[in-house]
Design a protein around this ligand. Structure first.
Ligand SMILES: Cc1cc2nc3c(=O)[nH]c(=O)nc-3n(C[C@H](O)[C@H](O)[C@H](O)COP(=O)(O)OP(=O)(O)OC[C@H]3O[C@@H](n4cnc5c(N)ncnc54)[C@H](O)[C@@H]3O)c2cc1C
Length: 498
C-alpha cells in the first residue's frame, strides 16, 4: 500500500506524544491525531521512576524537566491512629543515573514533550482532529479523522499506535476485551497549593486508615496532591467543599491555607487488554493497561510501551528484521505491565482496607516486617528478543552508570544497541564478528576498561549487550556466549544472512 507516513499515532496524550517524539528521532515519519484542541491542563500522574527519566533523557529534555521536579526522598505508611508503620528515606541517585522516584506536575512534562516535537523533523501533532476509524488494509492501516468543522480525511500508514487512553475507541472497535484486576474504587483527587502550612513530614504518605484510606504527596513548589477513597455514605456535593477537604485530610489541607486547582473523582481500575497487537495496529499506554495508582506506574508503563515498540518498528522499516519482531512487543510488555497492575491491586487490598480487623493484622505484620512493604523490584520482560531463556539477567532493565568522563551512559550510546565487553573477550571474537561490529551503525561497541568496568559492575559478567530500550539482551562470560548474543542483534543477523 502506498503510505502517507510510516506511523499514525491515535491520541496526543503523554504516551502518544512520547511515541511521536521517539518515532521522529528514530527517523520514521509520523502524525499523531489528538481530538482535543488544547493540551489537558490538569495533572493525573505525579510520579516517575528512573527508567522513565532515561526515556526523557533520550529525547533531550530530562535535565530541563528535572528542574521542575523534586526527588521523592521520604516515604511513610501511617495507620488509623497516626502511628508510623514504615518510614524509608533516601536521597541517592539510583542505578538509572537519576533519582529512582521523582514528583512532578504532569502538564510540565507534557509541555516539554510537545515543545521538543517542534524540533524533530518528519513528525507532526495535529490537535483538534478526532480519529473516527482505524482499519487494517493491505498490509497497512487507513485512519479516518474528522476535524472540528466536520471535514473528514483519511491517512494511510504502515502502522498505527493507539494511545487513545483508557476508553480507547480503537480497542473497542477491534473488539479487544480487557482482564480485570482487583476492585474498582472511587477516589477524590485534590491538587493545589499549600501555603504557610506544614503539610505532612514525608514526601509521600500512604494513610492506611480504615475509616478512609488516603494518600499525600509533596510536589514541586508549594504544590501538593491528596487522594481520598470515597466511602459509601459520602455526599458527593459536600465532599469536594474546602471544609470537607480540611476534615477528611485531618487538618493537613486547612481552609485558608490550601488553594485547590481542582478536585476530581476518579474510578481507579486494574485492567489489561487481552491483545496488544492486531495486524498493524498496536495498543499502548492506558489503551493497553490501567493500573491503580498505588506505585505510580500507569504512565511509566505507557512510556515503557512506546520505548519498547518504536525501535522495533524502525528496525523492521529498515529491513533488518521481519514483521515477527513486532510480536515481541506484546509478549515482552504485557507480562511486565500485568505484574504492576496485579501487584498494585493486591497490595491495595491491604494498604487501603476499610476493615478494622484486616488493618489491625496488617499493622502488626508491618511493624514486625517493615522491609516487606518496600515497593517490589521491577520484573523482567516477558519472552521476546533477549536471552532470558538461559540467563535471568536478560530481559531485565540494564544499568545506566555515569562513565569515567562524567557522561551518562545513554548520552554516549544514543538509541542503539550497546556491546560492552572486556578487551580479552572482544579480541577472542572471530574477525568476521569484529568487523561486523565495527561496521554496524546500529551497534556501539565499548571496550575501554574504565567505562566497561562501570557498566559491568554489579552484573558480575565479562560482557553485556543492551538494547536500544536499555533492557539487557544478554550477558556473557565467554567468547562463544557473546558471539551467540551478537546473532540476536537484528542488524548483525541481517548482515550475516546476506
Ligand atoms: C489520579 C491519578 C493519578 C495517577 N498517578 C500516576 C503516577 O503518579 N504515575 C504514573 O506513571 N501514572 C499515574 N497515573 C496514570 C496516568 O495518568 C495514565 O497512565 C496516563 O495519563 C495515560 O496516558 P495515555 O497517553 O496513555 O492516555 P491519556 O492521557 O488518556 O491520553 C489519551 C489521549 O488520546 C486522546 N484521544 C482519545 N480518543 C481519541 C480519538 N478518537 N482521536 C484522537 N484523540 C483521541 C485523548 O484526548 C487524550 O489526549 C495516574 C492516574 C490517575 C487517574
Amino acid at each position: 500500500m502506498k503510505t502517507d507516513v510510516d506511523v499514525v499515532v491515535v491520541g496526543g496524550g503523554p504516551v502518544g506524544s512520547t511515541a511521536l517524539a521517539l518515532l521522529g528521532q528514530a527517523g520514521l515519519t509520523a502524525i499523531a491525531f489528538e481530538k482535543d484542541a488544547e493540551m489537558w491542563p490538569t495533572a493525573r500522574a505525579v510520579h516517575f521512576d528512573g527508567e522513565t527519566m532515561r526515556t526523557l533523557q533520550g529525547l533531550g529534555i530530562a535535565s530541563e524537566f528535572e528542574r521542575v521536579t523534586i526527588p521523592m526522598k521520604d516515604v511513610a505508611i501511617i495507620n488509623e491512629d497516626d502511628e508510623i508503620l514504615v518510614h524509608a528515606s533516601t536521597d541517592a541517585i539510583g542505578g538509572q543515573a537519576w533519582h529512582d522516584h521523582i514528583s512532578f506536575h504532569q502538564p510540565d512534562v507534557e509541555k516539554l514533550i510537545r515543545s521538543r516535537l517542534e524540533h524533530i523533523p518528519g513528525v507532526e501533532l495535529r490537535s483538534g482532529e478526532n480519529v473516527t476509524r482505524v482499519e487494517n488494509v493491505d498490509g497497512g492501516v487507513v485512519v479516518t479523522t474528522q476535524s472540528s468543522d466536520g471535514t473528514t480525511d483519511s491517512t494511510r500508514a504502515r502502522w498505527a499506535i493507539a494511545a487513545d487512553g483508557a476508553r480507547s475507541s480503537v480497542r473497542s472497535s477491534l473488539g479487544i476485551e480487557s482482564d480485570k484486576f482487583g476492585e474498582d474504587e472511587q477516589w477524590l483527587v485534590v491538587d493545589g497549593q499549600l501555603v504557610d502550612s506544614p503539610g505532612c513530614d514525608a514526601d509521600m504518605v500512604q494513610f492506611g486508615r480504615y475509616s478512609r484510606p488516603a494518600l499525600w504527596l509533596r510536589l514541586p513548589g508549594s504544590r501538593v496532591r491528596m487522594e481520598f477513597m470515597l466511602m459509601p455514605d459520602d455526599d458527593l456535593d459536600e465532599i469536594v467543599t474546602p471544609e470537607a477537604v480540611e476534615r477528611i485530610s485531618r487538618g493537613v489541607l486547612p481552609v485558608g491555607n490550601f488553594f485547590p486547582d481542582r478536585q476530581a473523582i476518579y474510578t481507579f481500575r486494574g485492567r489489561i487488554a487481552r491483545e496488544w497487537r492486531r495486524e498493524n495496529i498496536f495498543l499502548a499506554g492506558d489503551a493497553a493497561h490501567q493500573a491503580p495508582p498505588l506505585f505510580g506506574q500507569g504512565l511509566c508503563a505507557g512510556i515503557r510501551d512506546v520505548q519498547n515498540l518504536v525501535w522495533k518498528l524502525a528496525t523492521v522499516l529498515r529491513g533488518d528484521a521481519g514483521d515477527d519482531l513486532l510480536d515481541t512487543y506484546e509478549s515482552e510488555r504485557k507480562p511486565h505491565a500485568t505484574f504492576w497492575v496485579k501487584t498494585a491491586s493486591e497490595q491495595a487490598v491491604m494498604i487501603q482496607t476499610t476493615s478494622p480487623e484486616v488493618a489491625a493484622g496488617r499493622d502488626a505484620f508491618m511493624k514486625a516486617h517493615p522491609e516487606a512493604s518496600a515497593a517490589p523490584a521491577a520484573p523482567a520482560l516477558g519472552p521476546g528478543l533477549h536471552a532470558g531463556d538461559r540467563d535471568e539477567r536478560a530481559g531485565t532493565l540494564g544499568p545506566q552508570p555515569f562513565l569515567s568522563d562524567g557522561v551518562r551512559l545513554d548520552d554516549m550510546v544514543g538509541p542503539h544497541f550497546l556491546v560492552a565487553t572486556t578487551r580479552e573477550i572482544f579480541d577472542g571474537l572471530s574477525p568476521a564478528a569484529r568487523s561486523a561490529l565495527e561496521g554496524d551503525g546500529d551497534v556501539v561497541t565499548l571496550t575501554d576498561p574504565a567505562k566497561v568496568g562501570q557498566i559491568l559492575k554489579g552484573l558480575g559478567v565479562s560482557a553485556v549487550v543492551l538494547r536500544p530500550d536499555h533492557y539487557i539482551l544478554g550477558a556473557a562470560d565467554e567468547v562463544a556466549e557473546l558471539e551467540s548474543l551478537l546473532g540476536l542483534i537484528p542488524s548483525l543477523a541481517h548482515q550475516q544472512a546476506k
